[in-house]
Design a protein around this ligand. Sequence first.
Ligand code: ATP
Length: 308
Amino acid sequence: MAAIETQGLTRRFGARAAVDGVSLTAPTGAVYGFLGPNGAGKTTTLKMLLGLLRPTSGRAVIDGVDVAADRLAAARRVGALLEAHGFYGNLSGRENLELTRILLDLPRTEIDRVLEVVDMAGDARRRVSDYSLGMRQRLGLARAMLGAPPVLILDEPTNGLDPDGIADMRRFLKSLPERTGATVLLSSHLLGEIEQTATHVGVVHRGRLVLEGDLARLKADQAPEIALRVDDPVRAAEILRRHDLTVSDGAEGLVAGLRPGADHDRTTAELTRALVAAAIGVFAIGARAASLEGIYRRAAASDREEIV
Ligand SMILES: Nc1ncnc2c1ncn2[C@@H]1O[C@H](COP(=O)(O)OP(=O)(O)OP(=O)(O)O)[C@@H](O)[C@H]1O
């Protein structure tokens, strides 16, 4: 059984669909990276998973429980970290957790347990107003883990953290299934973040799920690519297209997509000859390692083609 599953999940605001027929599956034990640019529909999807927003159509199932059919039972199976923490600054971390513990009717020992998991036992008696943002984020995670729910849903958990805090949080997120046994769904608009933490990935683009799967498998299935830096990218792109390659502009230059199974070395040699023959200066050319960025670019590009 999947820990999180949606079928045709849709939410309209007026005429516009913020989430449009999303069917996603996060297998048990996964760290599922939910990726998409700002406004793609991530937060709206998460709110529907948590029963905070009613879908226009479709359904969401958490740990086997249909969210619409039994909102409370579903809520008991999921812990969430959303953007607004809503902590009381004048209370200590422990006291803030205590409020939620009472609400959920959990044993006292739960507080020490979750504080241990997020390495916050030493700071739990300090007032939350004296916490750094990173500490508040950890406290938010601790609260999400109260009662050891089998599913954790985290909306942009590294937002607003400094680089050290981000590195810490990423390490922590990666270790979460091991520490807690929970399936984790985390949203992000940062490719690098998902690449470093997730085992599975789902990409949303304009409200639609355009790609989903096991990250290692997606990378293995990715068609080979060649990256190049040249002195005339416009003419070089024309030549690449004439060689029947797909061309995109990456952060570090042009990226040519080969057909699956095509030979990297042979194509690189062929392209180098063609570029030099056209008097284009080649600064660098070579095979590109499979990356989430490559997978993402292709998914977004093919989605655009469908829309046009
Ligand atoms: N309550 C609402 N009323 C009207 N439109 C909304 C509402 N909530 C979200 N939207 C719209 O739905 C779309 C998706 O928003 P959503 O917040 O889900 O995106 P997101 O992927 O989480 O982006 P971000 O990372 O910026 O939060 C946006 O165009 C947004 O303006």
